[in-house]
Design a protein around this ligand. Structure first.
Ligand SMILES: Nc1ncnc2c1ncn2[C@@H]1O[C@H](COP(=O)(O)OP(=O)(O)OP(=O)(O)O)[C@@H](O)[C@H]1O
Ligand SMILES: [Mg+2]
Length: 239
């Protein structure tokens, strides 16, 4: 079966600095892959290459079998890649509800906005309580939830999530992983970049470990276990 995402021998970096050295990685149709590694290992760079934000210097990127090497980010989005980035991205003068409506109208079309809004507020009760509050006045964690609520409800074919749980309270992280599990069960493929190893291992079908910009280990979560955690600790991550 054609993988949803395939990086073949990808080298990439920023100006003269090289962050990835011949990375080969696949996400199968409906598969959930955890991308783990220490700080600076190159995880975010892989996520950027996989969504067209960074063009490879060498190697190829295919999405659903289509060669998108060097293509603009909108073509990755159109091919079904959604990238939940490390940062937050909300319109601060619009209310929570307005932000969601805008995003759902764009992604799903007007007819499905109300249904999607219902799902978003079901998933994140704390957003429901603040639906008429300007997004700019939400706390950092709440803004993060708002940007997540959008991608989670839109059910893209491939969701790339980079440090989703960063800066969020444990109970919210549990909520987010419950939503990811639901998406996965509905057929969305996932590429999860995460420092919270235990959450990622619980959800994913396969683990890819990056070290110094290269794939160091790949296998089933059951085989990863302590070995993965040890490697991340050895190389200075917070596991
Ligand atoms: N915009 C940039 N310009 C120059 N170098 C960068 C840039 N972004 C990342 N790098 C470098 O590329 C390397 C890989 O960074 P990357 O962000 O992919 O790591 P990461 O595995 O996501 O780390 P973390 O766990 O800390 O988020 C690092 O050495 C980093 O300093
Ligand atoms: Mg990162």
């Amino acid at each position: 079966m054609t993988p949803v995402l395939e990086l073949r021998d990808v080298s990439a970096g920023y100006g003269p600095f090289r962050a990835l050295f011949g990375v080969t990685l696949q996400v199968g149709d409906g598969e959930a892959v955890a991308l783990l590694g220490a700080n600076g290992a190159g995880k975010t760079t892989v996520a950027r290459v996989a969504s067209g934000l960074v063009a490879p210097e060498d190697g190829t990127v295919h999405v659903g079998g289509e060669d998108l090497t060097g293509a603009a980010p909108y073509r990755f989005a159109r091919a079904g890649v959604a990238h939940a980035t490390e940062g937050r991205s909300v319109f601060s003068s619009l209310t929570v509800e307005e932000n969601l409506r805008l995003s759902f109208r764009r992604a799903l079309g007007s007819a499905r906005v109300d249904e999607a809004l219902g799902q978003a507020f079901d998933a994140f009760a704390s957003l429901d309580r603040r639906r008429h509050q300007p997004a700019g006045t939400l706390s950092g964690g709440e803004q993060r939830m708002l940007s997540l609520a959008r991608v989670l409800v839109e059910s893209p074919p491939l969701l790339i999530a980079d440090e989703l749980s960063l800066g969020l309270a444990p109970i919210i992280v549990d909520e987010i992983y419950a939503q990811l599990a639901r998406l996965h069960s509905e057929g969305t493929s996932l590429l999860i970049v995460e420092q919270h190893v235990s959450h990622a291992l619980g959800l994913c079908d396969r683990v890819v470990m990056l070290e110094h910009g290269a794939v160091a280990w790949e296998g089933a979560p059951e085989q990863a276990g302590e070995r993965v955690a040890e490697r991340i600790f050895e190389h200075g991550g917070d596991g």
